[in-house]
Design a protein around this ligand. Structure first.
Ligand code: GDP
Ligand code: IMO
Ligand code: MG
Length: 439
């Protein structure tokens, strides 16, 4: 039986968490793995009406007796991890089999968050320190979990990094013309005290390490053992294809590889037997800056935002909303080698008389059938739309594809025809059970 990867096709928030939680219910799935990103991700799972927003823990954590794994490609803010574990413990009591965290994973440090706060505005980042942590990772300056084996070793690394980060931050404040009031708000004296940082991180990490349900180890070894023993692994992408540092809408991207390559570098999984499922919404959303060709600024855009609750799980920012752009999905297929699709939020389109779908672009008289990565060219193209009939019925209670209104079935078939991919799952509501498995 193949392992499964769940990867976002658009600009994030496609409902990856919900699909991963759903697939975790399969008996055959033993281990659920996050492979990149950090707490910039917000994956909301809804079980019996109760919301569980997850930022760092794999979305398999709400199902008993599964192993959850955080790979080396994920960057970790220990405070966030600890808060997330404690909150879930209180809410539901955690009964996962084990949480395994790669000792190669890098830590998000206070200076990363400060650097992101000063410089992330142009991109519209989540201000969680993501970009700067990955910068230090490739700059070979990062602090990894492996560096926290002893307090002396950890303290040494913190002091080394803090010394030059103080200088860097001063320079950044000047270059970015940050005024005295804003500087004060950053509270640098407190946040950049070596003693404070070392003691705070040490306290949290010691507690995490003493948790009998947590192992910090080489997750690559664990995953390959899992593969050798024929147990099934489910990979959970965070962010999405167009936010990929290499394949996305650069520079308006995140700083990791949510696409398929990131799964391998972020875990050490042996490349064998993997089914890749692309998750997409029936429309498009984006948080942060950058081009968005099918964006709507009218009542329909507002309807999608309100009905779809399109406000960021992590930052609460309103998400930009627009029609589905199939060139994006075709691009996600190309980059990730998608085998099939999971389409979420079909219920949100209910009530629209007509639904428009972007089926291609036009540059002058030339038709373009793939996504354009050159921002300058992207500004010049026009979207070609096809208009499909809508439906008015509430479909949130439907559980069989055949019971969907004909126009809703037609919408799904249209996506299948245009992308040449099979739609396997269809979301009709946020709850765990509101999903249709398409025959
Ligand atoms: P992720 O980041 O890809 O995991 O997606 P988010 O959790 O950030 O955003 C998706 C939002 O849509 C969440 O609030 C989900 O509860 C919700 N959701 C997921 N699938 C569906 C669906 O099929 N219908 C509706 N109405 N909501 C959904
Ligand atoms: P999930 O996993 C949507 C966006 C930010 C910003 C850009 C860079 O929930 O789909 P970063 O903080 O990563 O440096 O910000 O990427 N972004 C997301 N947008 N969903 C996410 O994650 C995102 N993670 C980052 O809004 O535009
Ligand atoms: Mg999200």
């Amino acid at each position: 039986m193949n392992h499964i990867a769940v990867i976002g096709c658009q600009w994030g928030d496609e409902g990856k968490g919900k699909i991963v939680d759903f697939l975790t219910q399969k008996k055959s799935i033993s281990t659920i793995v996050r492979y990149q990103g950090g707490n910039n991700a917000g994956h909301t799972i809804v079980i019996k009406g109760k919301k569980f927003p997850l930022h760092l823990l794999p979305s398999g954590i709400l199902t008993p007796n599964k192993v959850c794994l955080i790979g080396n490609g994920v960057i970790i803010n220990p405070q966030v991890l600890s808060d997330e574990i404690n909150k879930l413990k209180k809410q539901v009591g955690l009964n996962h089999a084990r949480l395994i965290i790669s000792h190669k994973a890098h830590l998000i440090m206070p200076w990363h968050i400060i650097r992101d706060t000063i410089a992330g505005g142009r991109i519209g980042t989540t201000n969680r320190g993501i970009g700067p942590t990955y910068e230090d990772h490739v700059g070979r300056r990062g602090i990894r979990l492996i560096d926290t084996q002893t307090k002396i070793r950890f303290a040494q690394r913190v002091k080394q990094e803090l010394a030059w980060n103080k200088k860097l931050i001063k320079l950044m404040l000047d270059v970015n013309h940050i005024n005295p009031q804003e500087r004060e708000q950053l509270n640098l004296g407190h946040r950049l005290s070596a003693k404070q940082i070392i003691n705070h991180y040490w306290q949290i990490l010691t507690k995490l390490k003493s948790n009998p349900q947590i192992d910090i180890t080489d997750t690559a070894v664990y995953l390959q053992q899992t593969q050798n023993e024929g147990r099934r692994i489910l990979f959970e992408g965070a962010q999405a294809t167009l936010l990929d540092i290499d394949h996305g809408t650069y520079p308006y991207v995140t700083s990791s590889n949510p696409t398929i390559g990131g799964l391998y570098t972020g875990t050490g999984f042996r490349p064998r037997g993997l089914e890749v499922i692309g998750v997409m919404k029936t429309y498009t959303t984006r948080v942060g800056n950058g081009a968005f060709l099918t964006e709507l600024f009218d009542d329909i855009g507002e309807k999608l935002r309100q009905d779809g609750h399109e406000y960021g799980t992590t930052t609460g920012r309103p998400r930009r909303c627009g029609w589905l752009d199939l060139n994006i999905i075709k691009y996600a297929k190309l980059i990730n080698g998608l085998d099939s699709l999971a389409v979420t939020k079909l219920d949100i389109l209910s009530g629209l008389k007509e639904i428009k779908v972007g089926t291609g672009y036009k540059l002058g008289s030339k038709k373009i059938d793939n996504f354009i990565i050159d921002n300058h060219q992207l500004e010049k193209v026009k979207v070609i739309y096809q208009t499909l009939p809508g439906w008015h019925e509430d479909i949130s209670g439907v559980r069989k594809f055949a019971d969907l209104p004909a126009a809703a079935q037609n919408y799904i078939h249209f996506i299948e025809d245009q992308t040449n991919l099979k739609v396997k799952f269809i979301g009709v509501g946020p709850n765990r059970k509101q999903i249709i498995t398409k025959p």
